[in-house]
Design a protein around this ligand. Structure first.
Ligand SMILES: *Cc1c(COP(=O)(O)O)cnc(C)c1O
Length: 221
C-alpha cells in the first residue's frame, strides 16, 4: 500500500477533470479498505468472480468499475450493482449487458473499448467497427445500457512517442464518436486511458478516468 503515491496522484488530479480508478485486482479486502479510509471511492477489478465477493464484503458507497475482458456468461454476477463497465469489446457483450440490465431493472453505464495498441492480446473495436455499430439498429434498440464514452490501453512500451500517438488517436476517435452520435448527450464524456506507467501521458491527451493499480497497491504477484 502506498499512501504517498495515492496522495500524490490525487494532488495531480486536483482541479482537472480526471478521476482515479484504483485497480485492486488480486489485492485483499484490507488493502482496499485502507485506500477507502484515505478517501478513495472508485475501485476497478478485472474479473467478475472477484468483483462480486469484494462488493458483498465492502462498504456500499464504493463505485465498482469492471475494467477487464468480460465474458458474456459472467455479466449476470455484476449487473445488479456495477457502476461502470469500461471493457465492452463486442456487440455481443453489450447485448448481454443490455439483457441483464432489463432483468435487474437498471440502465448500465458502459464504455466501448477501442483497440489502439500493437499487441494482439488487447481486445476492442477499431474505429470503423465502432462507427458502424453505433449506427446500427442492433445498438439503437438497446434501452438498458448507456454508452458514457470510450476506453483504451496503449502498447506496453517505454517508447513515449508511440504511447503519445496511441492516446492522441483514441482522443480523436472519442471526438468523432461524440460529434457524430452523442453531441447532445452530456453523459457521453468519459475517456478511460492511462495506467501506472503511462497515466501522465494519458492526462495530457484528455483522459477523464485513469486506471491505476501497481503504483497504489504495489506490484502484483
Ligand atoms: C491491471 C489493469 C490496470 C492497472 O495496471 P497497473 O499497471 O497496475 O496500473 C489498468 N487497466 C486494466 C484494463 C488493467 O487490467
Amino acid at each position: 500500500m502506498d499512501l504517498e503515491n495515492y496522495q500524490h496522484i490525487q494532488e495531480e488530479l486536483k482541479g482537472g477533470k480526471a478521476r482515479l480508478v484504483a485497480v485492486s485486482k488480486t489485492k485483499p479486502l484490507a488493502d482496499i479498505l485502507f485506500l477507502y479510509n484515505a478517501g478513495q471511492r472508485i475501485f476497478g477489478e478485472n474479473k467478475a468472480q472477484e468483483l462480486l465477493p469484494k462488493h458483498d464484503a465492502l462498504p456500499k458507497d464504493i463505485e465498482w468499475h469492471m475494467i477487464g475482458h468480460l465474458q458474456s456468461n459472467k455479466v449476470k454476477y455484476i449487473a445488479p450493482f456495477v457502476s461502470l463497465i469500461h471493457s465492452v469489446d463486442s456487440p455481443k457483450l453489450l447485448s448481454e449487458i443490455n439483457k441483464q440490465g432489463i432483468k435487474c431493472g437498471r440502465v448500465i453505464d458502459c464504455l466501448l473499448q477501442i483497440f489502439i495498441a500493437d499487441e494482439e492480446t488487447k481486445f476492442g473495436f477499431d474505429k470503423a467497427e465502432v462507427m458502424d455499430f453505433l449506427a446500427s439498429a442492433e445498438f439503437t434498440g438497446m434501452r438498458n445500457v448507456r454508452i458514457c464514452g470510450l476506453m483504451g490501453m496503449a502498447t506496453n512500451t517505454d517508447d513515449e512517442a508511440k504511447v503519445n500517438a496511441e492516446f492522441a488517436g483514441l482522443k480523436a476517435v472519442f471526438d468523432e464518436v461524440k460529434a457524430t452520435y452523442f453531441a447532445q448527450r452530456n453523459s457521453f464524456k468519459e475517456l478511460s486511458m492511462g495506467m501506472s506507467q503511462d497515466y501522465k501521458i494519458a492526462l495530457k491527451h484528455g483522459a477523464t478516468l485513469i486506471r491505476i493499480g501497481s503504483l497504489l497497491f504495489g506490484e502484483r504477484a
